[in-house]
Design a protein around this ligand. Sequence first.
Ligand SMILES: Nc1ncnc2c1ncn2[C@@H]1O[C@H](COP(=O)(O)OP(=O)(O)OP(=O)(O)O)[C@@H](O)[C@H]1O
Length: 240
Amino acid sequence: MLTLNEVAAFYGKSQVLDGVSLDVGTGETVALLGRNGAGKSTLLKSVMGLVRRSGRITFDGHDLDRRSAFESARLGIAYVPEDRGIFGRLTVEQNLAISRRPGAQWSLDDVYDRFPRLAERRRNKGDRLSGGEQQMLAIARALLGAPRLVMLDEPTEGLAPVIVAQLADVLADLRQRGPSVLLVEQRLDLCLQLADRVYVLDSGRVVFDGTVQEFQDAPSIRDRHLALKTAGSTDSPHPD
Ligand SMILES: Nc1ncnc2c1ncn2[C@@H]1O[C@H](COP(=O)(O)OP(=O)(O)OP(=O)(O)O)[C@@H](O)[C@H]1O
């Protein structure tokens, strides 16, 4: 479905991804792990054409190399960035209404059912929502857009455990009924519970790819590429 072949990405002259190859199959949930600064967000931005990149990226046989974020979205890729990208001046229901596209597997009722909090707050403006509610809204918007692949950048960052648990339920649902998911997430437990396969990035390169079981059978990968870099680094688990 999504294939990256030897992708490099750059901010100005600085190269952040180096020869990254990765694929996400139909119906799969794939987790992308790595320390802060490893290049995970940049990889998602590369797919959407938001950074300068080289190499080959295809989605369902379409070449994404020269496409804009808008065109990638039209092909069926939903991207939920770290800052969530919701419209603060619009209400919850307006945010949802403008995201709906025909053919979505998830209806408005489905998302209100899955996120009752959004139904309760449907007339509230986006910028009046809590962080957790904004994250729910961002994911709900993505699902209503009839995506075949959803890319989520650290969806649980900074959220209370009860909200994290709700999001985990939704991600488990996605794994059952689609769409496919490419998940950047710092919570290892969540990734191992929800993903079919795992990629680990370190300094812009893929240093591991395999099934969750294979990842668990290779503790050295975790120690070498996911452990804290230095005491006091920002790699510690996110605060709730
Ligand atoms: N807009 C930018 N301009 C220049 N350098 C950037 C920019 N965004 C990110 N970088 C650099 O690119 C590298 C990879 O950043 P990226 O955000 O992709 O990492 P990450 O693995 O997603 O980590 P994090 O969990 O901190 O978001 C880092 O060294 C970062 O400082």
